[in-house]
Design a protein around this ligand. Structure first.
Ligand SMILES: Cc1cc2nc3c(=O)[nH]c(=O)nc-3n(C[C@H](O)[C@H](O)[C@H](O)COP(=O)(O)OP(=O)(O)OC[C@H]3O[C@@H](n4cnc5c(N)ncnc54)[C@H](O)[C@@H]3O)c2cc1C
Length: 439
């Protein structure tokens, strides 16, 4: 294989590697990855200080907007591999036909245009930390400050160590916690599912959006019931107890949806028998299913590992109160890609990014911006028509002795709206979309 072929393969692999199918690429291919030593620069070196942001999710979009707003003289560039933004928050309502897809999709060009930063549709494949250069599939870019906001990756290793089986699981039974394609698949499955057993699970660990798997089961039960379909939902929860809104959700499982939802707490799926459509749980018990949504554990994206920024636990190796990497004070990580028992929520990511934009501005002026807690807000829809919700607000405190964050939660009282929609979820989402995409 000559150098050109190798580079071609390298580019192809990089695209595959970073398009959501990372850990399921066979090892031999991964070993071919090589970064061109003579990478071509995509843009001239900036005269202004340059902030490059990797990932245009809730964290990256908020970061780009607030960085430019707080420091108009800085050159702010957002690198995102997707061509359009798809909101995962609220997507459970779309799964059961309660909202239009247009509500979830947003335009990166508008965000960049209205907020005066540069958006480049590309995939970041490496970072040269000593030269301060980000390498993408379209060329390289120098930075003064680098903010990594690439979200998370699935970790199928509890169920299979075979890359091909992991790919098969993701294709057949997508979790719907990463990409719009997965969410589309799930919606089609729900609409097509006339009768039988639909199996779902809740992983353990700090998975993305604690409420979302319960919310999805409730909304699906509500949908199947209203459609008069003979469906049983088996919900296998690896956690000892329902992770959030325990009493309210338990009550609904036991009373309102007892004929639809069969709930198995403290039950771990140890293996998925793809051929026979069965999951094997602890104690060798089996559950057969006709269709399923399988949510594996989550982990750091491989890009962080590739550029040597993970600690021994596989988490981003950052200083807790400044988000900067331990060995590089000009490289930061925010959003779901950060670890440390922060709730993996878009609201947290958005709020944390605002703060980091100030920290970077202060640093460029030789000062330090002190940490304050980001704010979290998560919703859990219980039914549609009328739309009933639970909501949890929260802040964090940092325990210096224990070296960890504690979540201080505040349940938001819902109005007792028996026959009216509770619109606070839409109010929050519309506000967030305006904040991220408009000036
Ligand atoms: C069903 C569901 C319901 C939810 N409900 C709520 C809720 O009520 N409230 C709430 O606050 N949150 C909720 N969330 C959680 C929320 O979606 C996430 O916490 C949020 O998306 C995290 O934002 P992020 O920017 O860190 O990551 P992401 O949104 O995942 O964004 C990461 C971005 O980085 C890009 N990227 C990754 N690697 C590269 C690369 N190498 N090069 C270029 N681009 C790259 C990806 O394409 C992606 O666009 C929910 C999630 C789900 C699935």
């Amino acid at each position: 294989m000559n150098r050109r072929d190798l580079l071609k393969l390298s580019a192809l692999t990089s695209i595959l590697l970073l398009s959501g199918c990372t850990q399921i690429i066979p090892d031999p291919i991964i070993r071919f990855i090589e970064i061109e030593p003579d990478y071509k620069m995509m843009m001239k070196k900036s005269k202004q200080e340059r902030v490059v942001i990797v990932g245009g999710g809730w964290a990256g979009l908020s970061m780009a907007k607030n960085m430019k707003k707080n420091a108009p003289d800085m050159d702010v560039i957002l690198l995102e591999q997707r061509t359009q933004f798809f909101s995962l928050p609220i997507s459970n309502l779309w799964l059961v036909g309660a909202i239009d897809m247009e509500y979830l999709i947003h335009d990166y060009l508008q965000a960049a245009r209205e907020n005066n930063y540069v958006y480049i549709n590309t995939t970041v494949i490496d970072v040269d930390k000593s030269d301060q250069v980000v390498i993408t599939t379209h060329g390289a870019l120098d930075y003064d400050y680098l903010v990594l906001a690439p979200g998370i990756e699935y970790d199928y290793s509890d169920w299979t160590l075979n890359n091909r089986s992991a790919r098969e699981l993701q294709t057949l039974y997508p979790a719907g916690f990463l990409s719009s394609s997965e969410v589309l698949s799930i919606r089609n499955k729900i609409f097509d599912f006339q009768e039988g057993v639909f199996l779902m699970n809740v992983p353990s660990g700090n998975y993305r959006s604690w409420a979302a798997p319960y919310e999805r089961a409730l909304l699906m039960a509500d949908f199947f019931k209203k459609e008069g379909r003979n469906v049983k939902i088996i919900l296998v929860d690896e956690n000892k107890e329902i992770r959030i809104h325990k009493e309210e959700i338990q009550k609904l499982f036991k009373k309102e949806y007892t004929d639809v939802i069969e709930f198995h707490p403290d039950t771990r799926i140890s293996w998925v028998d793809i051929k026979n459509k069965k999951v094997i749980v602890d104690g060798d018990v089996e559950f057969s299913f006709d269709d399923a949504i399988l949510y594996p554990k989550v982990k750091s994206v491989p890009l962080l590992e590739k550029i040597g920024l993970l600690d021994g636990e596989g988490e981003a190796n950052i200083k807790p109160l400044t988000n900067e990497f331990v060995d590089y004070d000009n490289i930061f990580v925010i959003g779901d890609a950060r670890s440390m028992n922060f709730n993996r929520l878009g609201s947290t990511a958005l709020s944390e990014a605002k703060q980091l934009s100030k920290r970077i501005l202060y640093r460029s002026q030789g000062e330090e911006y002190l940490w304050t807690s980001p704010k979290s807000l998560s919703f859990c829809a219980l039914s549609v028509d009328p739309l009933k919700l639970l909501a949890l607000q929260g802040k964090y405190s940092y325990d210096l002795l224990e070296n960890r964050f504690n979540f201080i939660e505040k349940k938001m009282k819902r109005k007792n709206l028996r026959n009216e929609d509770d619109n606070s979820l839409y109010e929050w989402a519309t506000g967030a979309f305006n904040e991220l995409f408009k000036a």
